[in-house]
Design a protein. Structure first.
Length: 529
Protein backbone atom coordinates (compact mmCIF):
# COMPACT_ATOMS: atom_id res chain seq x y z
CA UNK A 1 0.00 0.00 0.00
CA UNK A 2 1.12 3.55 -0.73
CA UNK A 3 2.04 6.02 2.01
CA UNK A 4 0.58 9.44 1.30
CA UNK A 5 1.72 12.82 2.54
CA UNK A 6 -1.31 15.09 2.98
CA UNK A 7 0.09 18.61 2.59
CA UNK A 8 -1.42 21.80 4.04
CA UNK A 9 -0.52 25.45 3.55
CA UNK A 10 2.58 26.51 5.47
CA UNK A 11 0.85 29.59 6.97
CA UNK A 12 -1.83 27.54 8.74
CA UNK A 13 -1.89 27.02 12.49
CA UNK A 14 -1.22 23.39 13.40
CA UNK A 15 -0.21 23.83 17.04
CA UNK A 16 -2.41 21.83 19.40
CA UNK A 17 -3.74 24.06 22.19
CA UNK A 18 -5.95 23.40 25.18
CA UNK A 19 -9.25 25.25 25.47
CA UNK A 20 -9.68 25.69 21.74
CA UNK A 21 -12.20 24.06 19.45
CA UNK A 22 -10.78 21.12 17.50
CA UNK A 23 -7.55 21.31 19.56
CA UNK A 24 -6.69 24.71 18.14
CA UNK A 25 -5.68 23.67 14.61
CA UNK A 26 -7.00 25.38 11.50
CA UNK A 27 -9.83 23.71 9.63
CA UNK A 28 -7.72 22.65 6.64
CA UNK A 29 -5.13 21.06 8.96
CA UNK A 30 -7.88 19.12 10.68
CA UNK A 31 -9.14 17.96 7.27
CA UNK A 32 -5.63 16.80 6.30
CA UNK A 33 -5.37 14.77 9.49
CA UNK A 34 -8.74 13.14 8.81
CA UNK A 35 -7.66 12.27 5.27
CA UNK A 36 -4.39 10.75 6.50
CA UNK A 37 -6.30 8.66 9.04
CA UNK A 38 -8.74 7.56 6.32
CA UNK A 39 -5.88 6.53 4.03
CA UNK A 40 -4.06 4.61 6.76
CA UNK A 41 -0.74 2.85 6.05
CA UNK A 42 1.25 5.45 7.98
CA UNK A 43 -0.02 8.31 5.81
CA UNK A 44 0.48 11.64 7.58
CA UNK A 45 -0.50 15.29 7.43
CA UNK A 46 2.48 17.59 6.89
CA UNK A 47 3.23 21.28 6.41
CA UNK A 48 4.07 22.52 2.91
CA UNK A 49 7.82 22.76 3.45
CA UNK A 50 9.25 20.02 1.20
CA UNK A 51 8.08 17.74 -1.60
CA UNK A 52 7.31 14.04 -1.30
CA UNK A 53 6.81 11.24 -3.78
CA UNK A 54 3.09 10.73 -3.12
CA UNK A 55 1.27 13.91 -2.13
CA UNK A 56 -2.26 15.17 -1.64
CA UNK A 57 -2.16 18.98 -1.70
CA UNK A 58 -5.01 20.47 0.35
CA UNK A 59 -6.12 24.08 0.16
CA UNK A 60 -4.07 27.05 -0.94
CA UNK A 61 -0.57 25.55 -0.96
CA UNK A 62 2.34 27.30 -2.65
CA UNK A 63 2.59 24.60 -5.35
CA UNK A 64 2.12 25.13 -9.07
CA UNK A 65 -0.38 22.25 -9.13
CA UNK A 66 -2.60 24.13 -6.68
CA UNK A 67 -2.40 27.33 -8.72
CA UNK A 68 -3.45 25.48 -11.87
CA UNK A 69 -6.35 23.81 -10.07
CA UNK A 70 -7.68 27.05 -8.64
CA UNK A 71 -7.61 28.63 -12.09
CA UNK A 72 -10.13 26.02 -13.20
CA UNK A 73 -12.52 26.78 -10.33
CA UNK A 74 -15.12 29.50 -10.00
CA UNK A 75 -15.46 31.23 -6.64
CA UNK A 76 -18.40 28.98 -5.77
CA UNK A 77 -16.67 25.75 -6.81
CA UNK A 78 -14.30 23.20 -5.30
CA UNK A 79 -12.71 20.14 -6.74
CA UNK A 80 -10.26 17.26 -6.95
CA UNK A 81 -7.50 17.28 -9.58
CA UNK A 82 -4.63 14.96 -10.46
CA UNK A 83 -1.65 17.01 -11.73
CA UNK A 84 2.00 16.02 -12.03
CA UNK A 85 1.76 12.95 -9.78
CA UNK A 86 -0.05 14.95 -7.06
CA UNK A 87 -3.70 15.02 -6.03
CA UNK A 88 -4.96 18.56 -5.48
CA UNK A 89 -8.00 19.14 -3.24
CA UNK A 90 -9.05 22.77 -3.00
CA UNK A 91 -11.50 25.64 -3.27
CA UNK A 92 -11.15 29.41 -3.06
CA UNK A 93 -11.83 29.54 0.69
CA UNK A 94 -11.57 27.25 3.70
CA UNK A 95 -15.24 26.28 3.56
CA UNK A 96 -14.91 25.20 -0.08
CA UNK A 97 -11.71 23.28 0.61
CA UNK A 98 -13.40 21.37 3.43
CA UNK A 99 -16.18 20.35 1.04
CA UNK A 100 -13.59 19.16 -1.45
CA UNK A 101 -11.95 17.08 1.29
CA UNK A 102 -15.28 15.45 2.05
CA UNK A 103 -15.66 14.53 -1.62
CA UNK A 104 -12.14 13.09 -1.73
CA UNK A 105 -12.96 10.66 1.08
CA UNK A 106 -15.85 9.33 -1.00
CA UNK A 107 -13.51 8.41 -3.84
CA UNK A 108 -11.84 5.15 -4.80
CA UNK A 109 -8.18 6.17 -4.69
CA UNK A 110 -7.32 3.73 -7.47
CA UNK A 111 -9.33 5.91 -9.85
CA UNK A 112 -7.34 9.06 -9.11
CA UNK A 113 -4.78 8.87 -11.89
CA UNK A 114 -3.07 11.57 -13.95
CA UNK A 115 -5.61 13.82 -15.68
CA UNK A 116 -8.49 12.94 -13.36
CA UNK A 117 -10.59 15.84 -12.14
CA UNK A 118 -13.95 16.42 -10.56
CA UNK A 119 -15.55 19.83 -9.92
CA UNK A 120 -18.45 20.57 -7.55
CA UNK A 121 -20.55 23.73 -7.23
CA UNK A 122 -22.14 25.40 -4.21
CA UNK A 123 -25.28 26.91 -5.77
CA UNK A 124 -26.05 28.90 -2.59
CA UNK A 125 -23.05 31.17 -3.07
CA UNK A 126 -23.68 34.10 -5.43
CA UNK A 127 -20.43 34.89 -7.23
CA UNK A 128 -21.48 35.96 -10.73
CA UNK A 129 -21.09 39.58 -9.70
CA UNK A 130 -19.15 42.58 -11.00
CA UNK A 131 -15.53 42.43 -9.86
CA UNK A 132 -13.10 45.36 -9.47
CA UNK A 133 -10.86 45.67 -12.51
CA UNK A 134 -7.95 47.07 -10.53
CA UNK A 135 -6.11 46.58 -7.26
CA UNK A 136 -4.84 43.27 -5.88
CA UNK A 137 -7.20 40.40 -5.12
CA UNK A 138 -6.66 39.20 -1.54
CA UNK A 139 -9.02 36.28 -1.16
CA UNK A 140 -12.43 35.03 -0.17
CA UNK A 141 -14.20 33.72 2.90
CA UNK A 142 -17.65 32.36 3.61
CA UNK A 143 -20.04 34.28 5.86
CA UNK A 144 -23.25 33.57 7.73
CA UNK A 145 -26.53 32.94 5.88
CA UNK A 146 -24.93 31.46 2.73
CA UNK A 147 -23.10 34.63 1.76
CA UNK A 148 -19.47 35.12 0.73
CA UNK A 149 -16.99 37.97 1.04
CA UNK A 150 -14.33 38.82 -1.55
CA UNK A 151 -11.56 41.31 -0.78
CA UNK A 152 -9.27 43.49 -2.89
CA UNK A 153 -6.69 46.03 -1.73
CA UNK A 154 -4.64 48.90 -3.16
CA UNK A 155 -7.74 50.56 -4.62
CA UNK A 156 -8.10 54.35 -4.68
CA UNK A 157 -11.33 56.27 -3.96
CA UNK A 158 -11.60 57.09 -7.69
CA UNK A 159 -11.25 53.39 -8.54
CA UNK A 160 -13.94 52.57 -5.98
CA UNK A 161 -16.30 54.93 -7.82
CA UNK A 162 -15.42 53.24 -11.08
CA UNK A 163 -16.29 49.88 -9.57
CA UNK A 164 -19.59 51.17 -8.16
CA UNK A 165 -20.37 52.53 -11.61
CA UNK A 166 -19.79 49.04 -12.98
CA UNK A 167 -22.16 47.62 -10.37
CA UNK A 168 -24.85 50.12 -11.37
CA UNK A 169 -24.29 49.35 -15.06
CA UNK A 170 -25.00 45.69 -14.28
CA UNK A 171 -28.49 46.66 -13.12
CA UNK A 172 -27.94 46.87 -9.37
CA UNK A 173 -29.84 49.63 -7.55
CA UNK A 174 -28.23 51.56 -4.71
CA UNK A 175 -30.30 50.89 -1.57
CA UNK A 176 -28.29 52.96 0.86
CA UNK A 177 -24.93 54.63 1.21
CA UNK A 178 -23.11 55.70 4.35
CA UNK A 179 -19.71 57.18 5.12
CA UNK A 180 -17.92 57.17 8.46
CA UNK A 181 -14.88 59.41 8.10
CA UNK A 182 -13.30 58.23 4.82
CA UNK A 183 -14.73 54.72 5.05
CA UNK A 184 -17.58 54.14 2.58
CA UNK A 185 -20.40 51.58 2.86
CA UNK A 186 -23.00 50.86 0.16
CA UNK A 187 -25.66 48.25 -0.45
CA UNK A 188 -26.90 47.32 -3.90
CA UNK A 189 -29.74 44.98 -4.85
CA UNK A 190 -30.95 43.26 -8.01
CA UNK A 191 -33.34 40.37 -8.60
CA UNK A 192 -33.42 39.27 -4.97
CA UNK A 193 -29.66 39.38 -4.45
CA UNK A 194 -27.53 42.01 -2.71
CA UNK A 195 -23.98 43.33 -2.79
CA UNK A 196 -22.62 45.07 0.30
CA UNK A 197 -19.55 47.11 -0.61
CA UNK A 198 -17.15 48.32 2.08
CA UNK A 199 -14.27 50.65 1.30
CA UNK A 200 -11.57 51.15 3.92
CA UNK A 201 -9.24 54.06 3.18
CA UNK A 202 -6.43 52.49 5.22
CA UNK A 203 -4.96 50.00 2.78
CA UNK A 204 -7.42 50.96 0.07
CA UNK A 205 -9.39 47.77 0.59
CA UNK A 206 -12.69 46.94 -1.07
CA UNK A 207 -14.74 44.09 0.38
CA UNK A 208 -17.85 42.82 -1.39
CA UNK A 209 -20.33 40.57 0.41
CA UNK A 210 -22.88 38.89 -1.84
CA UNK A 211 -25.96 36.90 -0.91
CA UNK A 212 -29.72 36.59 -1.06
CA UNK A 213 -31.85 39.50 0.17
CA UNK A 214 -34.30 37.09 1.79
CA UNK A 215 -31.54 35.77 4.06
CA UNK A 216 -29.89 39.14 4.74
CA UNK A 217 -32.50 41.90 4.30
CA UNK A 218 -31.49 45.55 4.25
CA UNK A 219 -31.58 47.46 7.51
CA UNK A 220 -34.35 50.05 7.93
CA UNK A 221 -35.36 52.60 10.54
CA UNK A 222 -37.87 51.68 13.24
CA UNK A 223 -40.53 54.33 13.77
CA UNK A 224 -42.03 54.12 17.26
CA UNK A 225 -45.30 55.56 18.49
CA UNK A 226 -44.80 59.04 19.99
CA UNK A 227 -41.07 58.51 19.71
CA UNK A 228 -40.20 61.95 21.03
CA UNK A 229 -42.87 62.10 23.71
CA UNK A 230 -40.68 61.48 26.73
CA UNK A 231 -37.34 60.31 28.01
CA UNK A 232 -35.22 57.36 27.02
CA UNK A 233 -33.86 55.30 29.90
CA UNK A 234 -30.96 52.84 30.09
CA UNK A 235 -31.07 49.93 32.53
CA UNK A 236 -28.19 47.66 33.49
CA UNK A 237 -29.78 44.40 34.63
CA UNK A 238 -28.17 42.52 37.49
CA UNK A 239 -27.53 38.79 37.19
CA UNK A 240 -27.60 35.75 39.49
CA UNK A 241 -23.89 35.81 40.23
CA UNK A 242 -24.22 33.79 43.42
CA UNK A 243 -25.79 30.95 41.41
CA UNK A 244 -23.16 30.96 38.68
CA UNK A 245 -24.63 33.39 36.14
CA UNK A 246 -22.58 36.06 34.42
CA UNK A 247 -22.62 38.08 31.19
CA UNK A 248 -24.49 41.27 30.43
CA UNK A 249 -27.95 42.58 29.67
CA UNK A 250 -28.83 46.21 28.91
CA UNK A 251 -32.33 47.57 28.30
CA UNK A 252 -33.30 50.80 26.59
CA UNK A 253 -36.81 51.95 27.43
CA UNK A 254 -38.00 54.11 24.57
CA UNK A 255 -40.30 57.10 24.86
CA UNK A 256 -43.35 55.08 23.78
CA UNK A 257 -42.69 52.41 26.42
CA UNK A 258 -41.25 49.82 24.03
CA UNK A 259 -37.78 48.36 24.47
CA UNK A 260 -34.43 47.77 22.85
CA UNK A 261 -32.37 45.02 24.50
CA UNK A 262 -28.64 44.41 24.13
CA UNK A 263 -27.58 40.81 24.86
CA UNK A 264 -29.11 38.90 27.76
CA UNK A 265 -26.82 36.98 30.08
CA UNK A 266 -26.16 33.40 31.09
CA UNK A 267 -28.60 30.69 32.06
CA UNK A 268 -27.01 27.66 33.66
CA UNK A 269 -28.52 24.46 32.29
CA UNK A 270 -28.32 20.87 33.59
CA UNK A 271 -29.90 17.91 31.82
CA UNK A 272 -31.80 20.28 29.55
CA UNK A 273 -33.38 22.31 32.38
CA UNK A 274 -32.33 25.71 33.71
CA UNK A 275 -30.59 26.03 37.05
CA UNK A 276 -30.58 29.84 37.02
CA UNK A 277 -33.45 32.13 36.12
CA UNK A 278 -32.23 35.46 34.77
CA UNK A 279 -34.75 35.12 31.91
CA UNK A 280 -37.46 35.38 34.60
CA UNK A 281 -35.62 38.37 36.08
CA UNK A 282 -35.67 40.02 32.65
CA UNK A 283 -39.39 39.43 32.16
CA UNK A 284 -40.17 40.83 35.61
CA UNK A 285 -37.94 43.83 35.00
CA UNK A 286 -39.59 44.61 31.67
CA UNK A 287 -42.98 44.61 33.39
CA UNK A 288 -41.64 47.07 35.98
CA UNK A 289 -40.11 49.34 33.34
CA UNK A 290 -43.17 49.21 31.09
CA UNK A 291 -44.93 52.57 30.74
CA UNK A 292 -47.32 51.63 27.95
CA UNK A 293 -50.99 52.24 28.66
CA UNK A 294 -51.90 48.89 27.10
CA UNK A 295 -49.33 47.09 29.26
CA UNK A 296 -47.93 45.19 26.28
CA UNK A 297 -44.24 44.30 26.31
CA UNK A 298 -42.93 45.24 22.88
CA UNK A 299 -39.26 44.66 22.06
CA UNK A 300 -38.51 46.71 18.96
CA UNK A 301 -34.98 45.41 18.57
CA UNK A 302 -32.88 42.77 20.31
CA UNK A 303 -29.17 43.17 19.59
CA UNK A 304 -26.93 40.15 20.15
CA UNK A 305 -23.26 41.10 20.09
CA UNK A 306 -22.18 37.45 19.66
CA UNK A 307 -23.33 33.89 20.30
CA UNK A 308 -21.60 33.15 23.61
CA UNK A 309 -23.91 31.62 26.21
CA UNK A 310 -23.45 34.46 28.73
CA UNK A 311 -25.01 36.77 26.15
CA UNK A 312 -27.40 34.51 24.26
CA UNK A 313 -28.91 32.13 26.82
CA UNK A 314 -31.25 34.60 28.57
CA UNK A 315 -32.65 35.55 25.16
CA UNK A 316 -33.17 31.87 24.29
CA UNK A 317 -34.97 30.94 27.51
CA UNK A 318 -36.90 34.22 27.57
CA UNK A 319 -38.33 33.36 24.14
CA UNK A 320 -39.09 29.81 25.27
CA UNK A 321 -40.93 30.80 28.45
CA UNK A 322 -42.43 34.20 27.58
CA UNK A 323 -42.34 34.43 23.78
CA UNK A 324 -46.12 34.00 23.58
CA UNK A 325 -46.69 36.82 26.10
CA UNK A 326 -44.48 39.49 24.53
CA UNK A 327 -43.73 40.87 21.07
CA UNK A 328 -40.19 40.56 19.74
CA UNK A 329 -40.09 42.42 16.43
CA UNK A 330 -36.48 42.19 15.25
CA UNK A 331 -33.25 40.41 16.13
CA UNK A 332 -29.96 42.08 15.08
CA UNK A 333 -26.62 40.26 14.96
CA UNK A 334 -23.66 39.39 12.77
CA UNK A 335 -22.67 35.84 13.70
CA UNK A 336 -19.89 34.00 11.91
CA UNK A 337 -19.98 30.79 9.94
CA UNK A 338 -18.90 27.55 11.56
CA UNK A 339 -15.84 27.39 9.30
CA UNK A 340 -14.70 30.86 10.37
CA UNK A 341 -15.11 29.91 14.04
CA UNK A 342 -13.52 26.46 13.60
CA UNK A 343 -10.16 27.26 15.20
CA UNK A 344 -11.24 29.73 17.86
CA UNK A 345 -11.16 29.65 21.62
CA UNK A 346 -14.50 28.67 23.16
CA UNK A 347 -16.78 29.01 20.11
CA UNK A 348 -20.57 28.78 20.24
CA UNK A 349 -22.93 28.22 17.34
CA UNK A 350 -26.35 29.36 18.53
CA UNK A 351 -27.11 30.94 15.15
CA UNK A 352 -26.22 27.86 13.10
CA UNK A 353 -27.17 24.91 15.31
CA UNK A 354 -30.90 25.69 15.37
CA UNK A 355 -31.17 27.52 18.69
CA UNK A 356 -31.84 30.93 17.13
CA UNK A 357 -34.53 29.46 14.89
CA UNK A 358 -36.18 27.68 17.85
CA UNK A 359 -36.23 30.95 19.80
CA UNK A 360 -37.77 32.64 16.78
CA UNK A 361 -40.55 30.06 16.60
CA UNK A 362 -41.29 30.28 20.34
CA UNK A 363 -41.64 34.06 20.02
CA UNK A 364 -44.11 33.73 17.16
CA UNK A 365 -41.63 34.81 14.52
CA UNK A 366 -39.40 37.87 14.34
CA UNK A 367 -37.22 39.37 11.63
CA UNK A 368 -33.56 38.30 11.78
CA UNK A 369 -31.44 41.19 10.52
CA UNK A 370 -27.78 40.53 9.79
CA UNK A 371 -25.65 43.60 10.51
CA UNK A 372 -23.06 44.87 8.06
CA UNK A 373 -20.19 47.33 8.57
CA UNK A 374 -21.44 50.88 8.18
CA UNK A 375 -25.09 50.06 8.86
CA UNK A 376 -26.96 52.93 10.52
CA UNK A 377 -30.20 52.17 12.32
CA UNK A 378 -32.55 54.68 13.92
CA UNK A 379 -34.90 53.44 16.62
CA UNK A 380 -37.21 55.94 18.29
CA UNK A 381 -34.74 58.81 18.09
CA UNK A 382 -31.68 56.65 18.94
CA UNK A 383 -29.14 55.96 16.20
CA UNK A 384 -26.82 52.95 16.04
CA UNK A 385 -23.74 52.94 13.78
CA UNK A 386 -22.04 49.58 13.18
CA UNK A 387 -18.27 50.12 13.25
CA UNK A 388 -17.01 46.52 13.11
CA UNK A 389 -18.28 43.01 12.42
CA UNK A 390 -16.46 39.67 12.44
CA UNK A 391 -16.46 39.57 8.64
CA UNK A 392 -13.85 42.33 8.62
CA UNK A 393 -11.20 40.24 10.40
CA UNK A 394 -10.40 38.40 7.18
CA UNK A 395 -7.71 37.66 6.00
CA UNK A 396 -6.73 37.40 9.66
CA UNK A 397 -8.30 34.30 11.19
CA UNK A 398 -10.70 34.31 14.13
CA UNK A 399 -8.65 33.01 17.06
CA UNK A 400 -10.85 34.14 19.96
CA UNK A 401 -14.57 33.70 19.58
CA UNK A 402 -15.08 36.89 21.59
CA UNK A 403 -13.75 38.74 18.55
CA UNK A 404 -16.90 37.74 16.66
CA UNK A 405 -18.71 40.48 18.64
CA UNK A 406 -19.93 43.41 16.58
CA UNK A 407 -19.15 46.95 17.75
CA UNK A 408 -21.57 49.84 17.43
CA UNK A 409 -21.79 53.45 18.55
CA UNK A 410 -25.15 54.63 19.88
CA UNK A 411 -26.16 58.28 19.84
CA UNK A 412 -29.11 59.93 21.58
CA UNK A 413 -29.54 63.72 21.77
CA UNK A 414 -25.84 64.21 21.10
CA UNK A 415 -24.62 61.77 23.75
CA UNK A 416 -22.61 58.81 22.47
CA UNK A 417 -22.41 55.32 23.98
CA UNK A 418 -19.91 52.78 22.69
CA UNK A 419 -20.97 49.10 22.76
CA UNK A 420 -17.88 46.90 22.50
CA UNK A 421 -19.36 43.48 23.24
CA UNK A 422 -16.58 41.05 24.15
CA UNK A 423 -13.94 42.17 21.64
CA UNK A 424 -10.29 41.52 22.39
CA UNK A 425 -7.07 42.68 20.73
CA UNK A 426 -7.69 42.09 17.00
CA UNK A 427 -10.91 44.15 16.69
CA UNK A 428 -9.43 46.76 19.02
CA UNK A 429 -6.53 47.25 16.62
CA UNK A 430 -8.95 47.29 13.70
CA UNK A 431 -10.98 50.11 15.24
CA UNK A 432 -7.87 52.17 15.95
CA UNK A 433 -6.62 51.63 12.41
CA UNK A 434 -9.79 52.71 10.64
CA UNK A 435 -11.27 55.40 12.90
CA UNK A 436 -10.05 58.50 14.70
CA UNK A 437 -11.14 59.97 18.02
CA UNK A 438 -13.78 61.91 16.10
CA UNK A 439 -15.73 58.67 15.62
CA UNK A 440 -14.68 56.69 18.68
CA UNK A 441 -14.96 59.35 21.38
CA UNK A 442 -17.95 58.52 23.60
CA UNK A 443 -19.47 59.70 26.84
CA UNK A 444 -20.46 56.21 27.98
CA UNK A 445 -18.58 52.99 27.17
CA UNK A 446 -19.45 49.35 27.82
CA UNK A 447 -16.13 47.78 28.70
CA UNK A 448 -15.07 45.02 26.34
CA UNK A 449 -15.34 41.47 27.67
CA UNK A 450 -16.76 42.72 30.97
CA UNK A 451 -13.59 44.72 31.65
CA UNK A 452 -11.46 41.58 31.65
CA UNK A 453 -8.97 40.58 28.93
CA UNK A 454 -10.61 42.67 26.24
CA UNK A 455 -9.78 45.83 24.31
CA UNK A 456 -6.46 47.65 24.42
CA UNK A 457 -5.68 50.60 26.63
CA UNK A 458 -5.02 52.66 23.49
CA UNK A 459 -8.59 52.12 22.29
CA UNK A 460 -10.03 53.24 25.63
CA UNK A 461 -7.85 56.35 25.42
CA UNK A 462 -9.42 57.16 22.05
CA UNK A 463 -12.95 56.51 23.33
CA UNK A 464 -12.25 58.61 26.43
CA UNK A 465 -15.45 57.61 28.23
CA UNK A 466 -16.67 59.42 31.35
CA UNK A 467 -19.11 56.70 32.42
CA UNK A 468 -18.06 53.03 32.42
CA UNK A 469 -20.53 50.16 32.15
CA UNK A 470 -18.50 47.42 33.82
CA UNK A 471 -20.69 44.34 33.39
CA UNK A 472 -18.97 42.27 36.04
CA UNK A 473 -19.79 41.42 39.63
CA UNK A 474 -18.52 44.17 41.92
CA UNK A 475 -16.30 41.79 43.90
CA UNK A 476 -14.60 40.55 40.73
CA UNK A 477 -13.98 44.12 39.60
CA UNK A 478 -12.33 44.84 42.94
CA UNK A 479 -10.13 41.76 42.48
CA UNK A 480 -8.62 43.42 39.42
CA UNK A 481 -7.00 45.98 41.72
CA UNK A 482 -5.46 43.52 44.20
CA UNK A 483 -1.68 43.15 44.17
CA UNK A 484 0.67 44.20 41.40
CA UNK A 485 -1.00 44.55 37.98
CA UNK A 486 1.16 42.05 36.11
CA UNK A 487 -1.47 40.86 33.62
CA UNK A 488 -2.30 43.24 30.81
CA UNK A 489 -6.05 43.44 31.53
CA UNK A 490 -5.30 44.40 35.14
CA UNK A 491 -3.05 47.18 33.89
CA UNK A 492 -5.87 48.36 31.63
CA UNK A 493 -8.29 48.28 34.58
CA UNK A 494 -5.93 50.42 36.67
CA UNK A 495 -5.54 52.83 33.80
CA UNK A 496 -9.31 53.17 33.41
CA UNK A 497 -9.89 53.78 37.09
CA UNK A 498 -6.88 55.88 38.04
CA UNK A 499 -5.51 57.66 34.97
CA UNK A 500 -8.55 58.58 32.90
CA UNK A 501 -11.12 61.24 33.63
CA UNK A 502 -13.81 58.73 34.55
CA UNK A 503 -16.61 60.23 36.60
CA UNK A 504 -18.77 57.18 37.32
CA UNK A 505 -18.48 53.38 37.12
CA UNK A 506 -21.46 51.03 37.11
CA UNK A 507 -20.49 47.51 38.16
CA UNK A 508 -22.92 44.67 38.80
CA UNK A 509 -24.41 44.60 42.29
CA UNK A 510 -27.61 43.03 43.61
CA UNK A 511 -29.61 45.93 42.14
CA UNK A 512 -30.66 46.83 38.63
CA UNK A 513 -29.53 50.35 37.76
CA UNK A 514 -31.62 52.72 35.63
CA UNK A 515 -30.83 56.26 34.49
CA UNK A 516 -32.17 58.75 31.96
CA UNK A 517 -30.42 59.47 28.68
CA UNK A 518 -28.66 61.69 28.00
CA UNK A 519 -26.94 61.07 31.33
CA UNK A 520 -24.85 63.56 33.31
CA UNK A 521 -22.97 61.78 36.13
CA UNK A 522 -22.69 65.08 38.01
CA UNK A 523 -26.42 65.67 38.05
CA UNK A 524 -28.13 62.36 37.33
CA UNK A 525 -29.39 60.07 40.08
CA UNK A 526 -29.61 56.44 38.97
CA UNK A 527 -32.57 54.44 40.19
CA UNK A 528 -31.90 51.14 41.97
CA UNK A 529 -34.55 48.47 41.37
Amino acid sequence: MRKWYVVYESALDDEVKEGYAHNGVDAEVGACKRIAEWLGDESQAVRDSETHEHEILVGNTAREQTRRALEQLGFNQYGIFCHDKSIVVCGHCAAATLKACEELMKCDMSELTEGFYRIFTNDKWIVDIPMPQCGRYVGMTDCIFDSVRLVWEQISPAELEEYCGLVAAEGYSLIYSNAIEKNIFRRYERDGRFLHVTYREAGGSVAVISGECSKSPAISDIICEDALRGKVRLTQMTLEYFCGSFGMCYILTLADGSFVIIDGGQVRVKNGYPKTYDYLRLYTLLKELNTREDGEIIIRAWFMTHDHADHFNVFYWFCKEYGAQVTVERYYACPCSETVAYNSKNPDFASTNGRLERARQWAGGFDIIRLFPGDRLNVGGISFDVLYTVDELYPERLRYFNDSSFVCAMTFEGQRTMWLGDICTAPSRFLRKHYTEETLKSDIVQLAHHGLNGAEQELYDMIDGRVLLWSLRNRLVNNLFDGEPIEEHKKVARHLRDEMRVEQIFTHTKDNVTFDLPYDPKEGTPTLM
